[in-house]
Design a protein around this ligand. Structure first.
Ligand SMILES: C[S@@+](CC[C@H](N)C(=O)[O-])C[C@H]1O[C@@H](n2cnc3c(N)ncnc32)[C@H](O)[C@@H]1O
Length: 179
């Protein structure tokens, strides 16, 4: 009994450490507001020949909702969830197991600033909900990815770009930037 309690205690400490240390999560985990999901899906503009990448996917709220919408619409859209936090990566894998559209979802345990994909799609849409002071660095990284790219930034605008579309009738704004 005491051993079991000790094991649970150390697991909890481990989880707290992973969430607290900047090395694992320089950008804190905070999910998009659920009320904004329909607007986020509009901004993602799901299509067949498209890959949607969530850089810093958290527990996958956006990726899984978008993949479900693609499944309902019988779209061949592909999804990549990139996440650095191992606990969240574990949760992403668990959630993927039970997802209707799991064959089109890839989970990648990686640092978004080093993320590369060899998948060639004519349209890549990158979803971002990250701290504003990391947006320019992320933009640099995104420019190195292949193909035509569109960034959908939730909550924070990218100062160096002019949005083609701003959705501001939700809880938080959404900015769309074709690159
Ligand atoms: C604000 S949350 C957004 C979660 C999700 N995209 C959403 O909208 O619900 C940011 C996420 O980025 C992850 N993150 C932080 N730094 C990262 C990095 N360098 N590479 C990949 N993911 C990172 C955090 O662990 C966190 O889950």
């Amino acid at each position: 009994m005491i051993i079991a309690a000790g094991v649970v205690f150390f697991i909890l400490i481990g989880i707290l450490t992973i969430f607290a240390f900047p090395h694992f999560s320089p950008i804190p985990y905070f999910p998009s507001n659920k009320k904004d999901i329909p607007l986020i899906l509009t901004a993602l503009n799901l299509r067949d020949d498209q890959i949607v990448v969530d850089l810093g996917a958290g527990d996958g709220l956006v990726v899984f909702e978008a993949a479900h919408r693609a499944f309902q619409k019988k779209l061949a859209t592909r999804f990549i969830a990139v996440e650095i936090n191992p606990i969240l990566v574990f949760i992403l894998h668990l959630r993927k197991l039970f997802h209707s559209n799991k064959k089109n979802i890839r989970i990648v345990w990686a640092d978004m600033f080093k993320f590369k994909t060899i998948e060639q799609y004519s349209n890549m849409t990158i979803f971002l909900y990250i701290s504003p002071w990391f947006l320019e660095k992320t933009l640099k990284q995104i420019r190195t990815l292949p193909g035509k790219k569109t960034i959908v930034s939730y909550y924070y605008p990218i100062k160096s770009l002019r949005p083609a579309l701003t959705i501001s009738n939700g809880v938080n704004p959404i900015f769309v930037y074709p690159l």
